[in-house]
Design a protein around this ligand. Structure first.
Ligand code: SF4
Length: 428
Protein backbone atom coordinates (compact mmCIF):
# COMPACT_ATOMS: atom_id res chain seq x y z
CA UNK A 1 0.00 0.00 0.00
CA UNK A 2 1.29 3.50 -0.73
CA UNK A 3 0.37 6.76 1.01
CA UNK A 4 -1.11 4.76 3.89
CA UNK A 5 0.70 2.30 6.14
CA UNK A 6 -2.25 -0.10 5.82
CA UNK A 7 -2.23 -1.02 9.52
CA UNK A 8 -4.35 -0.54 12.60
CA UNK A 9 -3.01 -0.87 16.15
CA UNK A 10 -5.52 -2.19 18.69
CA UNK A 11 -4.73 -1.74 22.38
CA UNK A 12 -6.91 -3.17 25.12
CA UNK A 13 -6.28 -1.32 28.38
CA UNK A 14 -8.20 -3.93 30.40
CA UNK A 15 -6.57 -7.15 29.17
CA UNK A 16 -3.27 -5.58 28.07
CA UNK A 17 -3.66 -7.23 24.65
CA UNK A 18 -1.89 -5.35 21.84
CA UNK A 19 -2.53 -6.43 18.25
CA UNK A 20 -1.71 -5.14 14.79
CA UNK A 21 -4.37 -5.65 12.10
CA UNK A 22 -4.32 -4.97 8.39
CA UNK A 23 -6.65 -2.30 7.04
CA UNK A 24 -8.56 -3.25 3.90
CA UNK A 25 -7.55 -1.21 0.86
CA UNK A 26 -11.23 -0.90 -0.12
CA UNK A 27 -12.05 0.68 3.22
CA UNK A 28 -9.26 3.27 2.89
CA UNK A 29 -10.24 4.10 -0.67
CA UNK A 30 -13.78 4.89 0.48
CA UNK A 31 -12.83 6.49 3.84
CA UNK A 32 -9.27 7.77 3.33
CA UNK A 33 -8.69 9.02 6.87
CA UNK A 34 -9.50 11.60 9.56
CA UNK A 35 -13.02 11.75 10.98
CA UNK A 36 -14.45 10.03 7.86
CA UNK A 37 -12.44 6.89 8.68
CA UNK A 38 -12.76 7.22 12.47
CA UNK A 39 -16.58 7.47 12.18
CA UNK A 40 -16.76 4.52 9.79
CA UNK A 41 -14.65 2.41 12.16
CA UNK A 42 -16.81 3.54 15.09
CA UNK A 43 -19.78 2.14 13.18
CA UNK A 44 -17.99 -1.12 12.25
CA UNK A 45 -16.77 -1.56 15.83
CA UNK A 46 -20.29 -0.83 17.07
CA UNK A 47 -19.08 1.59 19.72
CA UNK A 48 -21.55 2.67 22.41
CA UNK A 49 -21.61 3.68 26.07
CA UNK A 50 -21.10 0.03 27.03
CA UNK A 51 -18.54 -0.67 24.30
CA UNK A 52 -16.68 2.63 24.19
CA UNK A 53 -13.44 2.97 22.24
CA UNK A 54 -11.08 5.77 21.33
CA UNK A 55 -10.45 5.69 17.61
CA UNK A 56 -7.69 7.88 16.19
CA UNK A 57 -7.39 7.93 12.41
CA UNK A 58 -4.57 9.74 10.63
CA UNK A 59 -5.55 11.83 7.62
CA UNK A 60 -4.63 10.12 4.34
CA UNK A 61 -1.85 12.65 3.62
CA UNK A 62 -0.57 13.06 7.19
CA UNK A 63 3.18 12.59 7.29
CA UNK A 64 3.67 12.95 3.53
CA UNK A 65 4.84 16.58 3.71
CA UNK A 66 1.80 17.84 1.75
CA UNK A 67 1.30 21.45 2.98
CA UNK A 68 -0.93 21.70 6.06
CA UNK A 69 -1.87 18.00 5.91
CA UNK A 70 -1.54 17.79 9.67
CA UNK A 71 -4.99 16.96 11.04
CA UNK A 72 -6.08 13.54 12.28
CA UNK A 73 -9.54 12.53 13.54
CA UNK A 74 -10.21 11.33 17.08
CA UNK A 75 -13.53 9.71 17.90
CA UNK A 76 -15.35 8.21 20.89
CA UNK A 77 -18.91 7.74 22.08
CA UNK A 78 -20.69 10.28 24.30
CA UNK A 79 -24.48 10.15 23.70
CA UNK A 80 -23.51 9.55 20.05
CA UNK A 81 -20.27 9.15 18.09
CA UNK A 82 -18.24 12.35 18.37
CA UNK A 83 -15.18 13.12 16.28
CA UNK A 84 -12.83 16.10 16.45
CA UNK A 85 -9.89 17.00 14.20
CA UNK A 86 -6.61 17.27 16.07
CA UNK A 87 -3.93 19.74 14.83
CA UNK A 88 -0.12 19.85 15.23
CA UNK A 89 1.88 16.59 14.85
CA UNK A 90 -0.01 13.62 16.25
CA UNK A 91 -1.50 12.46 12.91
CA UNK A 92 1.87 12.45 11.15
CA UNK A 93 3.47 10.62 14.07
CA UNK A 94 0.85 7.83 13.90
CA UNK A 95 2.02 7.26 10.31
CA UNK A 96 5.69 7.33 11.37
CA UNK A 97 4.85 4.68 13.98
CA UNK A 98 3.76 2.48 11.08
CA UNK A 99 -0.03 2.79 11.47
CA UNK A 100 -3.01 4.68 10.06
CA UNK A 101 -5.32 4.02 12.98
CA UNK A 102 -5.13 3.46 16.74
CA UNK A 103 -8.08 1.84 18.51
CA UNK A 104 -8.01 1.90 22.30
CA UNK A 105 -10.57 -0.23 24.11
CA UNK A 106 -11.23 -1.62 27.61
CA UNK A 107 -10.50 0.16 30.86
CA UNK A 108 -7.24 0.15 32.80
CA UNK A 109 -7.43 -0.82 36.49
CA UNK A 110 -5.48 2.27 37.45
CA UNK A 111 -4.37 5.44 35.63
CA UNK A 112 -2.05 4.52 32.77
CA UNK A 113 -0.46 5.91 29.66
CA UNK A 114 0.36 4.34 26.32
CA UNK A 115 3.83 4.67 24.84
CA UNK A 116 4.37 3.72 21.21
CA UNK A 117 7.93 3.86 19.88
CA UNK A 118 10.06 0.82 18.96
CA UNK A 119 7.59 -1.12 21.06
CA UNK A 120 4.04 -0.59 22.36
CA UNK A 121 3.60 -0.40 26.13
CA UNK A 122 0.83 0.35 28.61
CA UNK A 123 2.51 1.98 31.60
CA UNK A 124 0.98 2.60 35.04
CA UNK A 125 0.94 6.23 36.13
CA UNK A 126 -1.42 6.04 39.13
CA UNK A 127 0.52 8.45 41.37
CA UNK A 128 0.56 11.08 38.59
CA UNK A 129 -3.20 11.12 37.91
CA UNK A 130 -3.64 14.62 39.33
CA UNK A 131 -0.86 16.21 37.27
CA UNK A 132 -1.74 18.75 34.63
CA UNK A 133 -1.03 18.00 30.94
CA UNK A 134 2.11 20.15 30.80
CA UNK A 135 3.55 18.29 33.79
CA UNK A 136 2.62 14.91 32.29
CA UNK A 137 4.25 15.84 28.98
CA UNK A 138 7.39 16.89 30.75
CA UNK A 139 7.53 13.70 32.88
CA UNK A 140 7.04 11.47 29.81
CA UNK A 141 9.72 13.35 27.86
CA UNK A 142 12.16 13.40 30.79
CA UNK A 143 12.74 9.64 30.27
CA UNK A 144 14.37 10.37 26.88
CA UNK A 145 17.37 12.27 25.62
CA UNK A 146 16.73 15.78 24.32
CA UNK A 147 16.37 14.81 20.67
CA UNK A 148 14.04 11.89 21.29
CA UNK A 149 12.03 13.96 23.78
CA UNK A 150 11.38 16.64 21.15
CA UNK A 151 10.39 13.95 18.61
CA UNK A 152 7.81 12.46 20.98
CA UNK A 153 4.24 13.64 20.31
CA UNK A 154 1.70 13.46 23.11
CA UNK A 155 -2.02 13.73 23.79
CA UNK A 156 -2.96 13.97 27.46
CA UNK A 157 -5.64 15.08 29.90
CA UNK A 158 -5.40 16.99 33.17
CA UNK A 159 -6.83 16.17 36.58
CA UNK A 160 -10.16 14.47 35.79
CA UNK A 161 -11.17 14.44 39.44
CA UNK A 162 -10.83 18.21 39.75
CA UNK A 163 -11.90 19.58 36.36
CA UNK A 164 -14.11 17.05 34.59
CA UNK A 165 -16.34 17.69 32.52
CA UNK A 166 -14.51 20.86 31.43
CA UNK A 167 -11.28 19.03 30.63
CA UNK A 168 -10.20 18.81 27.02
CA UNK A 169 -7.40 17.02 25.21
CA UNK A 170 -4.00 18.68 25.14
CA UNK A 171 -1.54 17.83 22.39
CA UNK A 172 2.03 19.02 22.77
CA UNK A 173 1.02 21.90 25.03
CA UNK A 174 -1.97 23.01 22.94
CA UNK A 175 -5.47 22.57 24.36
CA UNK A 176 -7.77 21.47 21.55
CA UNK A 177 -11.19 23.11 21.26
CA UNK A 178 -14.33 20.94 21.36
CA UNK A 179 -12.56 17.97 22.98
CA UNK A 180 -14.32 17.89 26.39
CA UNK A 181 -16.45 14.87 25.42
CA UNK A 182 -13.42 12.94 24.18
CA UNK A 183 -11.44 13.82 27.32
CA UNK A 184 -14.26 12.23 29.34
CA UNK A 185 -13.73 8.98 27.36
CA UNK A 186 -10.00 9.11 28.22
CA UNK A 187 -10.96 9.61 31.89
CA UNK A 188 -13.48 6.73 31.95
CA UNK A 189 -10.74 4.44 30.55
CA UNK A 190 -8.17 5.72 33.10
CA UNK A 191 -6.04 6.80 30.14
CA UNK A 192 -3.93 9.78 31.10
CA UNK A 193 -1.86 10.13 27.91
CA UNK A 194 -0.74 8.61 24.62
CA UNK A 195 2.86 9.27 23.56
CA UNK A 196 4.22 8.43 20.10
CA UNK A 197 7.57 8.48 18.42
CA UNK A 198 7.76 6.90 15.01
CA UNK A 199 10.72 5.63 13.03
CA UNK A 200 9.07 4.40 9.84
CA UNK A 201 9.05 6.00 6.41
CA UNK A 202 6.02 6.32 4.19
CA UNK A 203 6.03 4.98 0.65
CA UNK A 204 4.35 7.13 -1.97
CA UNK A 205 2.89 5.82 -5.24
CA UNK A 206 4.46 8.45 -7.54
CA UNK A 207 7.06 10.26 -5.42
CA UNK A 208 8.55 12.50 -8.11
CA UNK A 209 5.11 13.72 -9.25
CA UNK A 210 4.15 14.27 -5.61
CA UNK A 211 7.33 16.27 -4.90
CA UNK A 212 6.77 18.34 -8.02
CA UNK A 213 3.24 19.20 -6.86
CA UNK A 214 4.52 20.22 -3.42
CA UNK A 215 7.37 22.32 -4.85
CA UNK A 216 4.97 24.23 -7.09
CA UNK A 217 2.44 24.64 -4.28
CA UNK A 218 5.07 26.08 -1.91
CA UNK A 219 6.41 28.43 -4.59
CA UNK A 220 2.88 29.58 -5.26
CA UNK A 221 2.34 30.02 -1.51
CA UNK A 222 5.32 32.40 -1.23
CA UNK A 223 3.77 34.59 -3.92
CA UNK A 224 0.39 34.60 -2.22
CA UNK A 225 1.54 34.74 1.41
CA UNK A 226 1.15 38.48 2.00
CA UNK A 227 -2.30 38.61 0.43
CA UNK A 228 -3.32 35.60 2.44
CA UNK A 229 -2.21 37.11 5.74
CA UNK A 230 -4.23 40.26 5.03
CA UNK A 231 -7.20 38.16 4.08
CA UNK A 232 -6.76 36.04 7.21
CA UNK A 233 -6.99 39.11 9.46
CA UNK A 234 -9.89 40.51 7.45
CA UNK A 235 -11.88 37.33 7.97
CA UNK A 236 -11.54 37.75 11.69
CA UNK A 237 -12.53 41.40 11.54
CA UNK A 238 -15.60 40.21 9.67
CA UNK A 239 -16.71 38.10 12.63
CA UNK A 240 -16.11 41.08 14.85
CA UNK A 241 -13.52 39.82 17.30
CA UNK A 242 -11.17 42.78 17.52
CA UNK A 243 -9.37 41.03 20.36
CA UNK A 244 -8.08 38.47 17.86
CA UNK A 245 -6.07 40.95 15.81
CA UNK A 246 -4.80 42.68 18.94
CA UNK A 247 -3.53 39.43 20.46
CA UNK A 248 -2.01 38.32 17.18
CA UNK A 249 -0.42 41.69 16.50
CA UNK A 250 1.59 41.13 19.68
CA UNK A 251 5.08 39.90 19.07
CA UNK A 252 4.87 36.14 19.33
CA UNK A 253 6.56 33.07 17.94
CA UNK A 254 4.83 31.56 14.89
CA UNK A 255 4.05 27.87 15.30
CA UNK A 256 3.20 25.49 12.48
CA UNK A 257 1.47 22.14 12.45
CA UNK A 258 3.32 19.37 10.61
CA UNK A 259 4.32 20.54 7.12
CA UNK A 260 2.28 23.75 7.28
CA UNK A 261 3.74 26.85 5.59
CA UNK A 262 0.97 29.07 7.03
CA UNK A 263 1.99 28.71 10.72
CA UNK A 264 -1.11 30.43 12.10
CA UNK A 265 -0.59 29.31 15.71
CA UNK A 266 1.25 31.54 18.16
CA UNK A 267 3.35 31.02 21.27
CA UNK A 268 4.63 33.52 23.79
CA UNK A 269 7.00 32.60 26.61
CA UNK A 270 6.71 28.92 25.63
CA UNK A 271 2.91 28.97 25.96
CA UNK A 272 0.35 28.84 23.17
CA UNK A 273 -1.82 31.91 22.63
CA UNK A 274 -5.54 31.29 22.11
CA UNK A 275 -6.61 30.51 18.57
CA UNK A 276 -9.63 32.09 16.96
CA UNK A 277 -12.37 29.89 18.46
CA UNK A 278 -10.80 30.12 21.92
CA UNK A 279 -10.75 33.92 21.64
CA UNK A 280 -14.40 33.85 20.56
CA UNK A 281 -15.22 31.86 23.71
CA UNK A 282 -13.22 34.14 26.02
CA UNK A 283 -14.35 37.38 24.43
CA UNK A 284 -17.87 36.93 23.10
CA UNK A 285 -19.13 34.11 25.33
CA UNK A 286 -17.55 35.02 28.65
CA UNK A 287 -17.48 38.76 27.97
CA UNK A 288 -13.76 39.24 28.69
CA UNK A 289 -12.61 42.34 26.82
CA UNK A 290 -9.17 42.89 28.28
CA UNK A 291 -6.30 41.19 26.44
CA UNK A 292 -4.39 40.63 29.66
CA UNK A 293 -7.35 38.98 31.38
CA UNK A 294 -8.18 36.86 28.32
CA UNK A 295 -4.58 35.67 28.10
CA UNK A 296 -4.29 34.89 31.77
CA UNK A 297 -7.53 32.86 31.74
CA UNK A 298 -6.37 31.07 28.59
CA UNK A 299 -3.05 30.29 30.30
CA UNK A 300 -5.00 28.65 33.09
CA UNK A 301 -6.96 26.61 30.50
CA UNK A 302 -3.74 25.50 28.81
CA UNK A 303 -2.05 24.64 32.06
CA UNK A 304 -4.93 22.61 33.47
CA UNK A 305 -6.11 21.30 30.09
CA UNK A 306 -9.54 22.93 30.11
CA UNK A 307 -11.44 23.01 26.82
CA UNK A 308 -12.19 26.72 26.13
CA UNK A 309 -15.39 25.77 24.28
CA UNK A 310 -16.78 23.68 27.16
CA UNK A 311 -15.82 26.47 29.59
CA UNK A 312 -17.30 29.16 27.32
CA UNK A 313 -20.63 27.35 27.03
CA UNK A 314 -20.95 26.64 30.77
CA UNK A 315 -19.88 30.16 31.76
CA UNK A 316 -22.30 31.74 29.30
CA UNK A 317 -25.23 29.66 30.58
CA UNK A 318 -24.40 30.88 34.10
CA UNK A 319 -24.25 34.49 32.87
CA UNK A 320 -27.64 34.07 31.15
CA UNK A 321 -29.07 32.45 34.28
CA UNK A 322 -28.06 35.56 36.23
CA UNK A 323 -29.74 37.77 33.62
CA UNK A 324 -32.93 35.69 33.67
CA UNK A 325 -33.51 36.53 37.31
CA UNK A 326 -33.72 32.85 38.30
CA UNK A 327 -31.11 33.46 41.01
CA UNK A 328 -31.22 36.12 43.67
CA UNK A 329 -27.49 36.69 43.23
CA UNK A 330 -26.25 36.14 39.66
CA UNK A 331 -24.03 33.03 39.63
CA UNK A 332 -21.63 34.82 37.24
CA UNK A 333 -21.42 38.22 35.55
CA UNK A 334 -20.07 38.75 32.04
CA UNK A 335 -16.37 39.62 32.02
CA UNK A 336 -15.72 38.58 35.63
CA UNK A 337 -12.53 36.61 35.05
CA UNK A 338 -11.68 36.44 38.75
CA UNK A 339 -15.00 34.83 39.53
CA UNK A 340 -14.61 32.35 36.62
CA UNK A 341 -11.24 31.28 38.04
CA UNK A 342 -12.75 30.99 41.51
CA UNK A 343 -15.60 28.79 40.19
CA UNK A 344 -13.15 26.71 38.16
CA UNK A 345 -11.15 25.92 41.27
CA UNK A 346 -14.30 24.85 43.17
CA UNK A 347 -15.28 21.50 41.69
CA UNK A 348 -18.72 21.67 43.36
CA UNK A 349 -19.59 24.94 41.62
CA UNK A 350 -22.31 25.14 38.93
CA UNK A 351 -19.60 25.85 36.34
CA UNK A 352 -18.52 22.22 36.62
CA UNK A 353 -21.90 20.96 35.46
CA UNK A 354 -22.09 20.18 31.77
CA UNK A 355 -23.53 23.22 29.96
CA UNK A 356 -26.28 21.13 28.33
CA UNK A 357 -27.33 19.61 31.70
CA UNK A 358 -27.27 23.02 33.34
CA UNK A 359 -29.41 24.39 30.51
CA UNK A 360 -31.84 21.50 30.89
CA UNK A 361 -32.10 21.89 34.66
CA UNK A 362 -32.86 25.62 34.44
CA UNK A 363 -35.01 25.48 31.26
CA UNK A 364 -32.49 27.31 29.13
CA UNK A 365 -32.21 24.74 26.35
CA UNK A 366 -33.06 27.21 23.58
CA UNK A 367 -30.30 29.57 24.84
CA UNK A 368 -27.87 26.63 24.85
CA UNK A 369 -28.84 25.68 21.28
CA UNK A 370 -28.37 29.28 20.18
CA UNK A 371 -24.85 29.29 21.70
CA UNK A 372 -23.94 26.09 19.84
CA UNK A 373 -25.38 27.52 16.62
CA UNK A 374 -23.38 30.72 17.06
CA UNK A 375 -20.17 28.65 17.07
CA UNK A 376 -21.23 26.88 13.86
CA UNK A 377 -22.12 30.23 12.24
CA UNK A 378 -18.59 31.48 12.90
CA UNK A 379 -17.10 28.63 10.89
CA UNK A 380 -19.55 29.36 8.07
CA UNK A 381 -18.55 33.04 8.06
CA UNK A 382 -14.81 32.24 8.04
CA UNK A 383 -15.20 29.99 5.01
CA UNK A 384 -18.03 31.85 3.27
CA UNK A 385 -15.67 32.82 0.41
CA UNK A 386 -14.97 29.17 -0.47
CA UNK A 387 -17.32 27.78 -3.12
CA UNK A 388 -18.90 24.46 -2.11
CA UNK A 389 -17.20 24.57 1.32
CA UNK A 390 -19.65 22.12 2.98
CA UNK A 391 -18.75 19.32 0.57
CA UNK A 392 -15.08 20.17 0.14
CA UNK A 393 -14.45 20.21 3.89
CA UNK A 394 -15.47 16.55 4.22
CA UNK A 395 -12.86 15.54 1.64
CA UNK A 396 -10.26 17.93 3.03
CA UNK A 397 -10.76 16.46 6.49
CA UNK A 398 -10.48 12.85 5.25
CA UNK A 399 -7.20 13.71 3.54
CA UNK A 400 -5.93 15.34 6.74
CA UNK A 401 -5.69 18.93 5.48
CA UNK A 402 -6.36 21.97 7.66
CA UNK A 403 -9.42 23.85 6.30
CA UNK A 404 -7.39 27.10 5.92
CA UNK A 405 -5.57 25.44 3.04
CA UNK A 406 -8.66 26.10 0.91
CA UNK A 407 -7.80 29.80 1.02
CA UNK A 408 -4.42 29.12 -0.55
CA UNK A 409 -4.45 26.19 -2.92
CA UNK A 410 -7.00 25.02 -5.45
CA UNK A 411 -9.04 22.10 -4.17
CA UNK A 412 -8.13 20.16 -7.34
CA UNK A 413 -4.42 20.43 -6.50
CA UNK A 414 -5.05 18.79 -3.11
CA UNK A 415 -6.85 15.93 -4.84
CA UNK A 416 -3.90 15.55 -7.24
CA UNK A 417 -1.58 15.27 -4.23
CA UNK A 418 -3.77 12.52 -2.82
CA UNK A 419 -3.68 10.66 -6.10
CA UNK A 420 0.09 10.96 -6.46
CA UNK A 421 0.62 9.81 -2.87
CA UNK A 422 -1.75 6.84 -2.87
CA UNK A 423 -1.99 5.95 -6.56
CA UNK A 424 -5.80 5.92 -6.13
CA UNK A 425 -8.52 8.00 -7.66
CA UNK A 426 -10.64 9.75 -5.07
CA UNK A 427 -13.95 7.94 -4.72
CA UNK A 428 -17.15 9.97 -4.50
S1 SF4 B 1 -3.05 26.91 9.18
FE1 SF4 B 1 -2.67 26.90 11.36
S2 SF4 B 1 -4.03 25.31 12.24
FE2 SF4 B 1 -3.90 25.00 10.02
S3 SF4 B 1 -2.26 23.47 9.75
FE3 SF4 B 1 -1.34 25.51 9.55
S4 SF4 B 1 -0.59 26.05 11.58
FE4 SF4 B 1 -2.05 24.33 11.80
Amino acid sequence: MTGWQGKLLRINLGSGLIETELLAEDLLESYPGGCALARKLAQLENISTENNKIIIAAGALNGTGAPAAAFCGIAGYVDDVVCVSLPLHFGAEIKFCGYDVLIIEGKADGWSYILIDEDVKILPIEELADLNPLEIESIIRSAFDQWRASETKIISIGDAEKFSPLLGLVTDGFVVNYTAKLASVFAEKHLKAIALRGIFDLKLARPSEFNQLITEAIKDFRDKQKNFEEKFYNIFQKVNIPLFSRIYANEAEKIACFGCPIACLRKKKEKFLPDFIAIYCLNRMMGINSIQEALSLYDFCTQEGIDPVALGLSARILIELGRSGKFETPPLRAGDKKHILHLLKDKDSLLHKKANLLAKEYEMESEFKELEDSLKRIEKIIFSDIDGYDNKIKVIDALGFCPYILYLFPYELLIEMYQAATGKLLKE
